[in-house]
Write a protein that binds this ligand. Structure first.
Ligand code: GLN
Length: 271
């Protein structure tokens, strides 16, 4: 059997990816892997590692191979049924906490929750808030519900399209969403990790704005006076989103950048 260090170098993987996969199959921390570097790898671990390395070399995302990804400092289960959490979505979470105020009581819904990262994070960061989360995909809801249970996040889940499954009388202090916003022919859909993600979580099979349009149009009648709509969108969709929000009658409409300086989150307030 190869030693642990030999195993790390055995496949043409970036060093960090090799370490993540080997830590996963060995159960060792990175520090423990350093001190065990000259030890032979147990046969079963070598086999499991080689299988994961082959899948990674065939393009499968590391997050799906590990079955988890960190978001806002917490570990979330992920599967090919859900989008892999992206760091830029943390800006949407921050903006919602900032606009609504994390210490007050509020009712908030996350539309198209996927793995549940937004709803679960808000529920845990703002314990006074009552969180609802909606998804059209039953398989995604299974993942989101498991994450909520594992993290102890109190979230009420609904199956359906955007605002449709929510009880008609419910009004919200905030509606948040990271909807599919990639245009149907965007070349990114055929590249890298994205190829393995659920297409329905990435593209509206249209111009990229169809879901953002539906959410902006439906939000006002579900927002309380002074309630906020906050959405994530593509780097080139800020102006279009602001126009949709203004057309929906929202005020204080603004777009916030991500860490790369790209337009990423647009928000607006119900009069
Ligand atoms: N930010 C993702 C990407 O660029 C898209 C996620 C989405 O459509 N909501 O791959």
């Amino acid at each position: 059997m190869p030693t642990l260090n030999e195993a790390l170098r055995h496949f043409l993987l970036p060093r960090l990816e090799a370490r993540l996969l080997l830590a996963h199959v060995s159960g060792l921390s990175h520090a423990a892997m350093v001190s065990a570097g000259a030890d032979p790898l147990p046969e079963a671990q070598w086999q499991a590692y080689a299988a994961l390395a082959a899948r990674r070399l065939a393009g499968e995302p590391v997050a799906y191979l590990l079955g988890r990804r960190e978001f806002y400092g917490r570990d979330f289960a992920v599967s090919p049924a859900v989008l892999i959490p992206r760091p830029e979505t943390e800006h949407l979470v921050e903006a919602a906490l900032d606009k609504v105020g994390r210490t007050r009581q509020a009712r908030v819904v996350d539309l198209g929750t996927g793995s549940g990262i937004i709803a679960c994070t808000l529920a845990l960061e703002a314990p006074q808030w009552q969180l609802a989360a909606v998804d059209l995909s039953p398989a995604a809801l299974v993942v989101a519900q498991a994450n909520a249970a594992n993290l102890g996040a109190a979230v009420q889940f609904y199956h359906g399209s955007w605002l449709a499954p929510l009880p008609p009388a419910l009004r919200f202090d905030a509606i948040v969403s990271n909807p599919p916003y990639i245009e149907q022919h965007d070349h990114h859909l055929d590249e890298g990790d994205v190829r393995f993600e659920p297409r329905m979580a990435l593209t509206d099979e249209h111009d990229g704005l169809a879901c953002l349009r539906a959410i902006a149009a439906g939000a006002p009648e579900r927002l309380l006076p002074g309630g906020w709509l906050l959405v994530e969108h593509g780097y080139d969709q800020g102006a279009a989103c602001r126009a949709l929000f203004v057309a929906a009658g929202l005020q204080q409409v603004a777009t916030l950048p991500d860490l790369a300086g790209n337009d990423r989150v647009t928000l607006g307030q119900q009069p």
